[in-house]
Design a protein around this ligand. Structure first.
Ligand SMILES: Cc1ncc(COP(=O)(O)O)c(C=O)c1O
Length: 372
């Protein structure tokens, strides 16, 4: 049977801990890119009264949250749809669009491919490479593919490369291929210094072949709660709604979402924290012979391992013994075992990772010189 692919992601702490008889709470997780400053205090405040919220069905139309999001993003309420994380919405879009071919700019988040394949589509990967630091070029091949693809996924900033494409580039793409529905996944966009400069949200009002995905799970550190949104032309949103199951977003997530839209200080402190911590992590990685961090504007860094006998699965296994979890990036289409992805965490945690990596690389060097 032709299966759409296996579920492999970062943050799979329960499995890793169970396999090694560890307590998942003892692990330092660099494999999933969650904001270490969160969740903001309002989450705790809503949870304190959460019992009332679980006694009733949640509003299946997420009216109050939609209203607040629409105000915050200056878009009509009818152009917002809330989901149980953006993952639900990615699958919903693929299922509803029934596209024969889906183009995916990669290497990127694997669920676009799984969603497309589960909807019966043929997938065309438009892959960037290390030679261009994983920035995308619109090659003749990409143009041919896009002209024949009714649906295209583009992740900005991109997971796992951390590359950002400018609003001008995204807009050129959307306008050059009016027959293609572009789904721009902005799950990590809030981590940029000025998200408003890059976001495609304003263009959902003028370009009906554009859908923008937003997620609250990474930035506000609520992956266990699940909350994501899709924004687009109201007719398209109504069409998607017709394919969506009711009550997928629980009442606690809705109530917390409403409070998070109003949150300002948390966003500011996150955007002050990230550039400093990422710069010091990258500088420490660059000092280690055989590791090349790929320039990233996001809260994670893809690292190329260029050293004889060392690859990401090995590093992952060794670091686990130190209770550190990294993301072996080899299963991203277009990458291989010479790539790992590291989340940026707080300074103490980053230091623990850097020290462990230094020791591992030094001991592997000693072993290889002994063998000569
Ligand atoms: C690019 C990207 N989009 C979406 C998601 C899923 O986010 P959510 O938790 O909102 O479903 C992920 C999760 O890793 C991701 O990397």
């Amino acid at each position: 049977m032709n299966t759409p692919g296996r579920f492999v992601h970062g943050g799979d702490l329960q499995r890793l801990a169970a396999e090694r008889r560890l307590d998942p709470r003892d692990l330092i997780d660099f494999s999933s890119s969650i904001n270490p400053l969160g969740p903001p205090p309002v989450v705790q405040q809503v949870l304190a009264n959460a019992l009332e919220l679980v006694k009733v069905y949640p509003d299946s139309n997420s009216r109050a949250l939609r209203h607040k999001l629409a105000q915050a993003w200056s878009v009509p309420e009818a152009s917002v749809l809330v989901g149980n994380g953006t993952t639900e919405l990615i699958f919903l879009i693929a299922r509803a669009m029934k596209s024969h071919t889906v183009a995916i700019f990669g290497p990127t988040f694997s669920e676009y491919e799984r969603a497309a394949k589960m909807a019966g589509a043929h997938v065309e990967h438009l892959l960037s490479t290390a030679e261009t630091n994983f920035s995308w070029n619109l090659t003749d091949h990409a143009k041919r593919v896009l002209a024949q693809s009714p649906l295209c996924f583009l992740c900005n900033p991109n997971n796992p490369t951390g590359a950002v494409i400018s609003r001008e580039q995204s807009l050129r793409l959307v306008e050059s291929f009016p027959q293609t529905l572009f789904v721009v996944d902005e799950a990590f966009l809030d981590f940029l210094p000025d998200p408003g400069e890059v976001s495609m949200l304003p263009y959902t009002k003028t370009h009906s072949n554009l859908l923008v995905l937003r997620s609250f799970t990474k930035f506000y550190s609520i992956p266990g709660l699940r909350l994501g949104m899709v924004v687009g032309d109201p007719r398209r949103i109504r069409f998607l709604e017709a394919y969506k199951e009711p009550w997928t977003v629980n009442g606690i997530a809705l109530a917390i979402g409403e409070r998070l839209v109003e949150e300002k200080a948390f966003g500011a402190s996150t955007r002050a924290w990230l550039p400093l911590q990422r710069a010091s992590l990258v500088a420490a990685l660059k000092e280690m012979v055989g590791l090349t961090p790929i320039p990233s504007e996001a809260n994670f860094v893809l690292v190329k391992i260029d050293r004889c006998g060392i690859h990401a699965p090995w590093l992952q296994e060794c670091l686990l013994r130190e209770k550190i979890v990294i993301r072996d990036a080899s299963n991203f289409e277009g990458l291989d075992p010479s790539y790992m992805r590291l989340a940026v965490k707080n300074s103490l945690q980053n230091e623990i990772l850097v020290t462990a990596l230094r020791q591992l690389l030094a001991s592997s060097h000693e072993l290889s010189t002994l063998g000569q």
